[in-house]
Structure formats: structure tokens, C-alpha cells
Design a protein around this ligand. Structure first.
Ligand code: AMP
Length: 401
């Protein structure tokens, strides 16, 4: 059901709690990729223009309910301030009298960021008292954190239940539009590209998307579990033997529904791999069967060509997961070739998942992608058709008053 967005309600002069997803990757205390912060700017800027008081809530990493400054949101607040070109007040806690007083004294159009909500166990436990304390800071709620909307936490499910106005931000709206409407009623042909390590993580989404797509291109290690299901040789490749029956069921479903599943016609294989050192031993291109003692680490040149051709002819594309161990440059060609093909296609392109987004960003083609989903696990759960507590907590369009 379509939810109301910040454009549907009057938030001017309101004190607005905005749940953002500033769970950004940090390297030596510095933000390695600010995409998630940039993605929230339209909502924050819109609220500033309406002279709302903007109170930002987020989590960062997994601090395990401890105040661990390694997971402080201070760098995110500083980055946001730079991007907005205006001050963002950072508060060293998300609870307490000082926090309450500071927020109460803030003027219209000002922005404050509270410290990591997950410093408190109550956040993930969706504790009612904790939610009440947060809700008391404002009189309206905006959820722009699609990446955590699949979790029923205090800031995603508890707080909105306590406030009269609860709507989606622009980013959340975009996520729901692209992952919802555009894949439910896609322009055809609709091609889904899946990669990554595990079939087990993606079997739900494979099953759900087989009901919607015309082609499914499977790369990464998960392709070799499918190859096992087809009784091909996989050598030492990373496979999940206990998922072969799932792969078999997916292949059968695809056949029944007339969906074409494409697996690697060839692979790059190596006889040694040191992930930490980012090196591999000897490398060669092998056919569908991978010899003993060798492991598939990337899709091969023929597969790049086949996948590229299908991508080019597609009107809607959804991509999640790398085609190989793309962190090692010798195994990254397939992933970057797919990134380029997806970017250059004239169809609607939707990319989800951290690795695929990193690959797109590194390839320099990110501006040619129709939509990059910020929520990895959340995108997959949403595509599977699971209810998202953070979305269910918002007002639906027919609720309009
Ligand atoms: P996922 O989180 O399931 O999307 O998996 C992402 C990970 O899959 C990346 O870290 C890749 O290095 C890894 N991966 C992709 N292809 C392979 C492969 N052929 N063998 C081992 N790992 C792979």
C-alpha cells in the first residue's frame, strides 16, 4: 500500500525526528563512502526549507549496546555539515536532560544529529520507554532509512507509533517506487542479475523474482551451487552443498514459468588464493566444468559477452551481488564488465547491495544508473515480499487527513 511522504503533509515549523541510515563505512575514523549521507540530503534540505527543526536519528555498525566511540556518528555529522554547507549540531548521546534541553532550544531550520542509537540495547529491542524518550523530542516523524526498515527497532517501529504524523522521506519513497512498482510491473524484458557468495542468502529473492523477471543471470560463487545442481564439475569452488536442492527447485521453477536462467558459460579459475594478500596463483579460463584443484573466481570472457548482450536488450534491470571475488583485481573483470553493461543500457537500471554499489562507484558509471538502492538486506527482503516494520509503521495514502 502506498505510504504518505513528506510532500503529503505539512511539516513547516514542526519538530521532526528523521530516521536516517548513516551507517557508513569508516576507515581509520574517516568516512570511506558518503553515499548514504548524500542520499538523505533531499529530505533534510526540504525540511530545512520548511523551517522545520531537524532531529536526526541513526545507528552505525554494531556497537553491541556499549558506548564505543569507534562507532560514533560524529564523523557522519561533520560530513553532513560539509555537504549541507551549514552547521549540524552533534550531541554526544541520544538520551538525557541535556539532549532534551538542547533540542528544545534549537531554532527553526536547524539540524541536530544524536549519537548512535545502538549504544543502547533498547534500540534493537524496540523498548517502549526508550522509544517514548526519543519521540518526546518531536511532533512528527520521517523515515528515510530504507536500509533498516526491515527491522522492528525503537527508531523504526516504536517512535512512529507514538507520533501523530509519520511519513516516508524522499529516499524511502524512491526505494519503494523502484524496488516496488518498477519491479512488480516492469517494462520488459526484465533481467535480474544476481551474484555473491551464497545461494542461502538469496534463495528467497531468487524465488520471488522468478515470478516477475524474464531473464536471470547468475554469477559469483552462488553460480557454482547451481552448476552442482546441473551435475557439472566445480573443482574447489565455493559451494553450498546443502543448497543444491534449492538451486534445483529454482531451475525447475524457471523452466515452468518460461524464465531463462543463465549461468556462467566459462569462468576464470585459479589454483591458489590468498584473500588477505589479495593475490591468486595461476589463472586460466575454464569451461562450465572446473577441474579438480581449481576454483572459480570470476565469470569468463564468453559469459561477459553473453550477459552483456542480454543486459543491452533489457528494459528493466535489477542487479545485486558481484560476479566474482571483485575485491581482488585479478578476479574483478566480470563484475566491472557487468557494472559497465548495466550503466550503458538504455533501460531502467536498479542496483542493490553494498558490493554492487561499490563496483558501480569504482567503475565511474554511477550517474548512469537509474537507481542505486541504499539498503542491502532490506532491498532483498522487500523484493521477497516480506512486510517491512519500518514501512508498515507509516501512514498510508488513504489515511490522509
Ligand atoms: P554476498 O554478500 O553474498 O553478496 O557475497 C559477496 C562476496 O562474494 C564478495 O565478498 C565476493 O568476494 C564473494 N564472491 C563472489 N564470487 C565469488 C567466488 N567465485 N568465489 C568466492 N567468493 C566469491
Amino acid at each position: 500500500m502506498p505510504v504518505q511522504t513528506i510532500a503529503d503533509v505539512d511539516l513547516s515549523q514542526k519538530d521532526v525526528l528523521v530516521r536516517v541510515d548513516f551507517n557508513v563505512p569508516l576507515e581509520s575514523g574517516k568516512i570511506a563512502d558518503n553515499s548514504r549521507i548524500r542520499a538523505a540530503l533531499p529530505t533534510i534540505e526540504y525540511l530545512i526549507r520548511r523551517a522545520a527543526k531537524v532531529i536526526l536519528l541513526s545507528h552505525l555498525g554494531r556497537p553491541k549496546a556499549q558506548k564505543n566511540l569507534k562507532y560514533s556518528l560524529r564523523p557522519a555529522a561533520q560530513e553532513l555539515s560539509q555537504l549541507l554547507g551549514r552547521p549540524v549540531l552533534f550531541l554526544e548521546d541520544c538520551l538525557g536532560d541535556d539532549v532534551q534541553k538542547t533540542i528544545a532550544e534549537m531554532g527553526p531550520g536547524s539540524v541536530v544529529m544524536l549519537e548512535n542509537l545502538r549504544f543502547y540495547a533498547e534500540e534493537e529491542a524496540n523498548d517502549r520507554e526508550f522509544a517514548k524518550k526519543l519521540a518526546a523530542y518531536g511532533n512528527a516523524y520521517v523515515n528515510d532509512a530504507f536500509g533498516t526498515a526491515h527491522r522492528a527497532h525503537a527508531s523504526t517501529a516504536g517512535v512512529p507509533g507514538l507520533l501523530p504524523i509519520k511519513v516516508a522521506g524522499f529516499l524511502m519513497q524512491k526505494e519503494l517506487e523502484f524496488l516496488g512498482n518498477r519491479t512488480a510491473n516492469p517494462e520488459r524484458p526484465f533481467t535480474v542479475i544476481l551474484g555473491g557468495a551464497k545461494v542461502s542468502d538469496k534463495i528467497g529473492v531468487i524465488d520471488a523474482l522468478l515470478d516477475k523477471c524474464d531473464n536471470m543471470l547468475i554469477g559469483g560463487a552462488m553460480a557454482y551451487t547451481f552448476h552442482l545442481a546441473q551435475r557439472k564439475k566445480v573443482g574447489n569452488s565455493l559451494v553450498e552443498k546443502d543448497r543444491v536442492s534449492d538451486a534445483q527447485a529454482a531451475l525447475q521453477k524457471a523452466e515452468k514459468r518460461g524464465v531463462k536462467i543463465f549461468l556462467p558459460a566459462d569462468s576464470i579459475a585459479t589454483d591458489a588464493l590468498d584473500f588477505e594478500a589479495r593475490t591468486i596463483g595461476a589463472a586460466k579460463t575454464v569451461s562450465e566444468d572446473i577441474p579438480d584443484g581449481w576454483q572459480g573466481v570470476d565469470i569468463g570472457p564468453k559469459t561477459i559477452e553473453i550477459f552483456g548482450d542480454i543486459i543491452k536488450k533489457s528494459k528493466t534491470i535489477f542487479w545485486n551481488g558481484p560476479m566474482g571475488i571483485f575485491e581482488i583485481s585479478a578476479c574483478s573483470k566480470g563484475t566491472f564488465a557487468v557494472a559497465k553493461a548495466v550503466a550503458q543500457s538504455s533501460g531502467i537500471s536498479i542496483v542493490g547491495g553494498g558490493d554492487s554499489i561499490t563496483a558501480i562507484n569504482k567503475s565511474g558509471f554511477s550517474d548512469q544508473i537509474s537507481f542505486m538502492s541504499t539498503g542491502g538486506g532490506a532491498s532483498l527482503e522487500f523484493l521477497e515480499g516480506k512486510e517491512m516494520p519500518g514501512v508498515a509503521a507509516l501512514m498510508v495514502k488513504s489515511d490522509k487527513h
